[in-house]
Write a protein that binds this ligand. Structure first.
Ligand code: SAH
Length: 397
């Protein structure tokens, strides 16, 4: 394939010279040159001076990612191998940790290749391709992993199609097929993981530090509500941390059996916990009606969700969600508020939290803040790559 020269509009030159990694429409004067995803591109200025090289791949609002600022660097098998080996080198401490065997070894633009992530689950690699463009480099990525070696099997998720949805087909790539669930370890806790069953595997690795904090500092003796609970990973951490009881609420029917499974692989009797399949907003109404109160409430909604009754967007509705949570949290209780919405900053998130408390005429203090854990290497030139924001908040009165 021929390399395409993309002309950067003058007012965006500074941005790319400052190592901004995302190639996007507004910044490029001749996007009509882009035809086939996976094409290598050179970003050039108006006098055709080289700025950076990258690839064309449509991902959300982006058109691709910068891969190198070095004109002489070839984007070939060796390039991919070097990037992936470097990234693995940075995760040495994770490979050596006896208590944790599920972590991210390659985090997109944070490790120098936007659109690609690779997770490690106890010997299994899971590659996530975020565009057709990056998928066209599959052979290079696989041969890099082969040279690095030492895996049981490779699975993949193609997170692209015309509607930006997950394409459901066989996720197995090569090696010896796993028998799922595999049980991975995280800080000594067990989690059941399925690499062959849809877009989500059963655990979100980016919340590892938050799960540990809940277990170690916030759960003991507490009555815990986990909203948008998915497979109940936070509930498991709370129960292991000595929670009096956990209540997990998620509207997906599958969440119930998946949560029971997560409890049982940890030797916890799920019968002693509440697992409720319900719209969280209906649950809040129910809890208020019944005057239920919790010592610890976890809020971890998807950035955007549409149910039959309503749409919810974290960018718009977080203050109202906080108000619901505040109302059913005991005085002196804790709210763990989380969002993975990349479109706003921690500062703005704190504003949403503040708004909720001000409206409820309630005082609070922020006890702790979390962003991405070390294996989710962010790109400091691209703020949205640091998407995770978690606040541990104490409701004072
Ligand atoms: N907190 C979870 C991850 C949440 S993923 C964890 O740490 O593992 C988002 C979850 O929100 C999904 O399981 C989805 O089914 C659920 N969800 C989305 N809208 C919801 C709603 N209105 N009420 C309850 N659950 C909802």
């Amino acid at each position: 394939m021929k390399t395409v020269e993309l002309k950067v509009a003058p007012k965006f030159l500074k941005q790319y010279k400052g190592k901004y990694p995302l190639i996007y429409k507004d910044a490029i004067m001749n996007v009509n040159m882009l035809k086939e995803e996976g094409t290598l591109v050179h970003l050039v200025d108006e006098s055709n001076q080289f700025i950076a090289k990258g690839y064309y791949g449509k991902q959300n609002k982006g058109l691709g990612w910068v891969l190198s600022y070095n004109q002489g660097e070839k984007i070939d098998k060796i390039f991919f191998k070097n990037k992936i080996s470097n990234a693995i080198g940075k995760r040495k401490a994770f490979y050596q940790n006896q208590d944790t065997n599920a972590f991210r070894i390659f985090n997109g633009e944070g490790d120098g290749i936007g659109g690609l992530s690779i997770d490690y689950f106890d010997g299994y690699y899971l590659i996530q391709w975020y565009s057709e463009g990056i998928y066209s480099f599959k052979n290079q990525v696989l041969s890099a992993l082969d040279e690095i070696g030492g895996y049981k099997a490779i699975y993949e998720k193609k997170r692209f199609d015309t509607k930006g949805k997950y394409i459901d087909d066989d996720d197995f790539v090569k090696g010896e097929r796993g028998e799922f669930p595999i049980i991975v370890k995280e800080n000594g806790m067990n989690y059941a993981v399925y690499l062959n069953d849809g877009a989500m595997v059963g655990i979100f690795l980016d919340q590892r530090d938050v799960r540990l904090a809940i277990r170690e500092k916030y759960a003991k003796g507490k009555n815990v509500l986990n909203t948008f609970s998915y497979t109940g990973a936070f509930s498991v951490a709370a129960a292991i941390g000595g929670a009096k009881k956990t209540t997990s609420v998620d509207l997906a029917k599958r969440s119930k059996s998946k949560t029971i499974e997560q409890f049982s692989v940890n030797g916890i009797d799920a019968e002693q916990q509440d697992i409720i399949v319900m719209d969280v907003f209906d649950y809040f109404k129910y809890a208020k009606r019944k005057d239920l109160k919790f010592d610890l409430v976890v809020l971890d909604p998807p950035s955007f969700a549409r149910s039959k009754k309503r749409t919810f967007s974290t960018a718009k509705d977080y203050p109202a969600l906080m108000m619901d949570a505040i109302e059913i949290t005991e005085k002196g209780g804790i709210i763990v508020a989380s969002t993975n919405n990349a479109s706003f900053s921690m500062k703005k998130f704190k504003g949403f939290i503040d708004k909720g408390f001000v409206e409820m005429n309630t005082k609070y203090t922020i006890l702790e803040e979390f962003s991405l854990p070390a294996d989710f290497q962010a790109n400091k030139h691209y703020l949205p790559s640091n998407y995770l924001k978690v606040l541990v908040i104490k409701k004072v009165n």
